[in-house]
Design a protein around this ligand. Structure first.
Ligand SMILES: NC(=O)c1ccc[n+]([C@@H]2O[C@H](COP(=O)([O-])OP(=O)(O)OC[C@H]3O[C@@H](n4cnc5c(N)ncnc54)[C@H](OP(=O)(O)O)[C@@H]3O)[C@@H](O)[C@H]2O)c1
Length: 287
């Protein structure tokens, strides 16, 4: 893998953190890059002198993020695409593979929510599965030959602290993030020795958009546990990815929560976490 320790990037911009390996050549693809954590990943990579290919919904303003990344002295290309459209997504990956060398993939796009399963629309359920499970798998499969065909590279899959336990009223979200966690760890083992490092990050709560912020605030004190800004999470994620970590848990409170989740039996943990999460529902639906 062609890596070197750089203190400054090619354009002479702001110093890259001392001792941080910087990739030479190759684009970083970031999904869901128009806002929230994805936008922070895009700008964090650009600050480190890494060129980016940014994917998000058409009309999401992802071009503005690409302009900001270019303003940091890197090349940045934006593509508007609905990642639930599997054929469209695979066509786009083929185009990327034809035109660009890719050395980093950040599978960030994802959707969540808190609803009783019986009250959920099929569209709501399908959106979570399409983005959290199918798009992560398809993107990784489609870009892997490009990533492993160069000088090696990195894949960072965004899971969640929610992956650590099943949760009532969220049901499908923690299950989908558990998929991301297990998929990453299996693929990491499969790619051992190939020069491609695969990591997963488990963020705790981040106030990335109005809906998520309202849900976090309804959890009260519990919502504050492990709360970090998306900028901080993106920085920790990119550091962890480049240092080849398998599982990245940002923030000491989240690491403590992981320790507790490992030792507290499911018969205690599951009702407790589900009760707290039910606070995100309307008053009539809480337990
Ligand atoms: N926020 C949290 O508390 C939290 C905690 C743990 C894990 N995570 C995970 O972190 C990741 C990012 O979360 P976030 O809170 O930053 O999410 P977000 O604010 O909802 O942003 C998601 C991004 O994906 C884009 N997007 C949505 N649907 C898309 C589609 N069909 N095709 C292409 N792009 C699409 C959005 O575009 P628009 O700008 O047009 O909406 C946006 O850029 C997700 O995987 C999430 O599960 C979040």
């Amino acid at each position: 893998m062609e890596l070197m320790d750089r203190k400054t990037d090619d354009t002479g911009n702001e110093a890259i953190r001392a001792g941080m390996p910087a990739l030479v050549g190759g684009y970083a693809v970031v999904t869901g890059a128009s806002s929230g954590l994805g936008r922070c990943f895009a700008l964090e990579l650009a600050r480190r002198g890494i060129d980016t290919i940014l994917l998000s919904l058409p009309g999401s303003g992802v071009e503005n993020v690409a302009r900001m990344a270019s303003g940091l002295g890197t090349r940045s290309i934006a593509f508007g695409t609905d990642m639930r459209d599997r054929d469209g997504l695979l066509d786009l990956c083929r185009e990327i593979n034809r035109k660009y060398a890719v050395s980093v993939l950040v599978n960030n796009v994802g959707a969540g929510g808190t609803q009783r399963l019986g009250d959920s629309s099929y569209e709501y359920l399908e959106n979570i599965i399409d983005l959290n499970v199918t798009s992560v798998t398809m993107m990784t499969r489609a870009l892997l030959p490009n990533i492993s065909g160069g000088n090696g590279g990195y894949i960072l899959n965004v899971s969640s602290m929610a992956a650590l336990s099943p949760i009532g009223f969220k049901t499908i979200y923690p299950a989908s993030k558990r998929f991301v966690y297990d998929f990453t760890r299996g693929l990491r083992e499969e790619l051992r020795g190939t020069g491609v490092s695969v990591s997963t990050i488990l963020p705790g709560p981040m106030k990335t958009n109005r809906d998520v912020t309202a849900r976090i605030e309804r959890q009260g004190l519990f919502g504050k546990i492990g709360l970090l800004s998306p900028e901080t999470v993106a920085r920790i994620g990119i550091d962890g990815m480049f240092s080849g970590k398998d599982v990245i848990i940002p923030g000491w409170m989240n690491r403590m929560y992981k320790l507790l989740a490992d030792i507290v039996p499911s018969c205690v943990r599951l009702p407790l976490v589900s009760r707290v999460v039910s606070r995100e529902l309307d008053e009539d639906n809480r337990i």
